[in-house]
Design a protein around this ligand. Structure first.
Ligand SMILES: Cc1cc2nc3c(=O)[nH]c(=O)nc-3n(C[C@H](O)[C@H](O)[C@H](O)COP(=O)(O)OP(=O)(O)OC[C@H]3O[C@@H](n4cnc5c(N)ncnc54)[C@H](O)[C@@H]3O)c2cc1C
Length: 484
């Protein structure tokens, strides 16, 4: 395999025999390719889109970068509360988007250099597809390249799911991918979907100056979370001027003859309980109603792998499919939907390839929602724990308002709540939900204690630093009590 630095290295119809093929450069692919090549294996990586997958190009990196511009604008507007006067606040949307693009480009550039610097890896800039076996090897085809590999790793991720809404196909709507190309601020952004991606984009665009309406079919936004978290998130969004249409569905989307631009349309929303309809004049519509796995044209069936009911690839704890030698990593295996789970998939697969016995079984759900303030989550929510309590499990719970946390008061950012859940029999943490400043970082303390299998008393008796949000853990843990 020849060394490649970002361009197609293989343009040949003669099959190439290699140790491993990786299809898709999601968050597991590049480190895996480099690690396998580092131990002397020959590796071919297929990527039909942009190197680095969703996270780097159209997911985490751009949203968290743009979120910072939005936060700066927000804090500039609040500056007077801190005794600072900054004059007129003007958002240069195009500049914020260019800054975002530059961070994305630098990030992708780093990955490209990393992959290109590994000898033994060839990058094929084509969509890859399994095409059965030849003897012991799997056949993977691109549009020109044909590779025969002993092992195949699928890391093809997900794409936006577009719901079937009358008129949706006839108008120009945006996804998390295309919205990053905008350089003119949407006047009125209507977002379909009030889960994590919809809320993050909604708050960002509101803070950058758009009017924002979010339509969510469920009773609440971020409906998976505990009630009090949900209501605080909803309150903070509405306080910033985001219009929430919950328990509502889109009846149709039309493009009026008088539309002022190619992206302008009228969205008719209906409240599910009352049937009351409203029309929203959108300058732009963003669809954030979930994700679909990129498995429809992968040829998994040609090697005997059957997809699940939603098109994901079933795997065991070692992330291997029912066919020995074929692995699925990242979002497509339905064992996580995050960059950190995809990266851990890489670590598990590599460790096992080197003779280890790591497993994704028993993985604790851990994530953050990057509203501002963020929500940090690990393990069970209170609602989930209460369900388990009905089957006889016993838990202890403690909740502490952020408005009583000195650091939050000092920062003037008191929105939020901290909740920890402990197994009453083992004294081990089973979950935490933190909405508040620094929550995405702080929640990981609980995650680390769960991983260490340490009793909650370790944190209760530890010496915290003052003044931090974390210093309240001993106080909070002193308030643990059973569910009422
Ligand atoms: C707006 C948004 C914000 C997000 N924010 C966060 C966040 O803050 N934190 C977090 O942890 N996660 C976040 N995520 C989720 C995160 O992006 C994904 O979980 C992460 O990228 C892992 O994906 P993956 O490794 O499965 O593959 P992906 O990153 O989706 O990459 C898959 C790659 O495979 C390629 N591909 C697909 N099919 C083929 C084929 N047949 N041949 C060749 N190449 C193929 C694609 O072009 C793509 O480059 C966010 C997602 C979105 C959409």
């Amino acid at each position: 395999v020849s060394h490649s630095s970002g361009t197609s290295a293989i343009v040949s119809s003669t099959p190439l025999l290699v140790d491993a093929v990786i299809i898709g450069t999601g968050q597991a692919a590049v480190p895996l390719a480099v690690a396998l090549a580092g131990q002397g294996e020959s590796v071919v990586v297929f990527e039909g889109g942009q190197l680095g997958g969703s996270c780097v190009n159209v997911g985490c990196t751009p949203t968290k970068t743009l979120r910072k511009s939005a936060r700066v604008a927000h804090m500039a507007r609040r500056a007077h509360e801190y005794g600072i006067h900054v004059g007129e606040i003007r958002v240069d949307f195009a500049a914020a988007m260019e800054r975002t693009a530059a961070v994305v480009d630098a990030s992708r550039g780093g990955l490209t250099r990393w992959l290109g610097g590994a000898s033994g890896v060839a990058l094929v800039r084509e969509w890859g597809r399994l095409d059965g076996r030849l003897g012991e090897r799997f056949v993977v085809r691109g549009s020109t390249a044909v590779v025969h590999a002993s092992r195949v790793y699928v890391n093809t991720g997900t794409r936006p799911f577009l719901p079937s809404v009358p008129g949706l196909d006839d108008v120009q709507v945006f996804t998390n991918e295309s919205i990053l190309q905008l350089r003119e601020l949407p006047e009125h952004l209507v977002i379909l979907g009030g889960s994590y991606i919809g809320l993050e984009f909604g708050q960002i665009f509101r803070r950058l100056g758009s009017r924002v309406s979010i339509i969510e079919a469920a009773q609440n936004v971020a409906a998976r979370e505990d009630e009090d978290i949900i209501s605080r998130v909803a309150d903070l969004m509405t306080a910033e001027g985001v219009a929430l249409h919950t328990h509502s569905t889109v009846v149709d989307i039309t493009r009026p003859d008088s539309a002022s631009s190619a992206t302008a349309c009228t969205v008719t929303v209906q409240h599910r309980a009352t049937g009351v309809q409203q029309t929203l004049d959108a300058s732009h519509v963003l669809v954030a109603t979930g994700r679909s796995p990129n498995t429809n044209d992968l040829g998994m069936n040609t090697v005997g792998v059957t997809l699940d009911d939603r098109g994901f690839i079933p795997v065991n704890g070692g992330l291997e499919t029912s066919v020995r030698g074929v692995f699925a990593l990242g979002d497509v295996n339905r064992r996580g939907a995050f960059t950190h789970t995809a990266f851990q998939d890489f670590e598990i697969v590599l460790a096992n390839h080197r003779g280890g016995a790591r497993s994704a079984d028993g993985r604790i759900t851990t994530y953050a929602m990057y509203t501002d303030p963020p929500l940090g989550r690990v393990g069970l929510s209170e609602r989930e724990a209460r369900e388990l309590a009905k089957q006889g499990r016993r838990f202890l719970v403690a909740t502490h308002e952020m408005r009583f946390v000195s650091r939050a008061k000092e920062e003037g950012e008191t929105t939020g709540v901290i909740r920890v859940l402990v197994d009453a029999e083992t004294d081990r943490f089973v979950g935490a939900s933190l909405l508040g400043i620094g929550a995405d970082e702080i929640v990981q303390i609980i995650g680390a204690l769960i991983a260490a299998d340490a009793p909650y008393q370790v944190l209760r008796d530890a010496l915290p630093v003052h003044p931090t949000v974390t210093e309240f853990f001993p106080t909070i843990l002193g308030k643990l009590k059973p569910f009422e």
